[in-house]
Design a protein around this ligand. Structure first.
Ligand SMILES: [Zn+2]
Length: 268
């Protein structure tokens, strides 16, 4: 009940979505003109002679839920509530909730950072081997900025890990890894300072944080999504996890998310 009390009324939710899409002044999504007329909850541009609303210019167009239900679903997704809770609170079907959770994830506006300083790099298996759904992920964690980058990789080959490092870790950084063969030579070839530890001898010191993040990621997938049925979804799960870790302000309230992720046409 406490959560329901935090959800604004339908008209308030509509106002907030409109504010997130247009800012203070509504404008036409086609020509950008702010000389628009308002009628029956929608707008009409005299220049284009077409009606539009706060949602018609973005990925919210043609949505079949009310603004209040949208707000509720977004709040549930931001707080990582399981589907069952979102179904109960919003009154929507399980399929609809799942679809909206996926839509929020796909439309997340977020850029991965470049890591520098002392960076821990490690890889882990996600999913179950017996169901044929096991995938490999590689992650880098910066001790100085507390930022992370996580990606799915097709294999544990030297060229794959090298490409990941060159893309996300600035040259000259101190890279801490386990003693795996595919990290060999990153100091002489790419100019990283390389610190290794031997996991088989229970030496985890330099990659302690990395191990901790893997357990957080696995808990995140299990709690919200239970498991990933479709292997193509894994990169988007990883991106959401990364955004939650690096940009927690996006998940503070539905308004902050919509202000960042609703792509409205800039006004003139
Ligand atoms: Zn127009």
């Amino acid at each position: 009940m406490s959560m329901l009390n935090q959800i604004p009324s339908e008209s308030r939710c509509r106002t907030l979505v409109r504010r997130a899409a247009f800012g203070t002044r509504p404008h036409c999504p086609r020509c950008g003109s702010s000389r628009v007329r308002r009628s029956e909850g929608r707008y009409r541009c005299p220049r284009c002679r077409r009606p539009f609303s706060a949602t018609s210019a973005s990925w919210l167009s043609c949505m079949k839920v009310t603004y209040r239900q949208l707000w509720t679903l977004l709040l549930c997704w931001q707080r990582r509530y399981p589907f069952g809770v979102a179904v109960e609170v919003s009154g929507l079907s399980h399929v609809t909730v799942r679809r909206w959770y996926r839509r929020f994830r796909y439309n997340l506006v977020y850029e991965s950072p470049q890591l520098s300083g002392t960076v821990e790099v490690d890889e882990s298996f996600l999913g179950r081997r017996k169901t044929g759904n096991q995938r490999i992920a590689i992650g880098a964690w910066c001790r100085d900025t507390r930022k992370i980058v996580v990606r799915r990789i097709p294999n544990r080959m030297q060229e794959t890990t090298d490409r990941f490092l060159l893309e996300h870790v600035v040259r000259g950084s101190i890279v801490c890894t386990d003693g795996a063969q595919f990290y060999e030579g990153i100091d002489s070839f790419f100019g990283y300072q390389h610190v290794t530890c031997n996991h088989s001898e229970f030496h985890f010191g330099p990659t302690n944080l990395a191990e901790c993040i893997w357990s957080m990621l696995k808990r995140f997938i299990r709690r919200t999504w239970h498991h990933f049925r479709n292997r193509h979804w894994l990169p988007t799960f990883l991106r959401e996890f990364e955004a939650r870790f690096n940009a927690p302000e996006l998940f503070d309230s539905p308004l902050t998310y919509l202000q960042t992720c609703l792509a409205a046409v800039p006004s003139r």
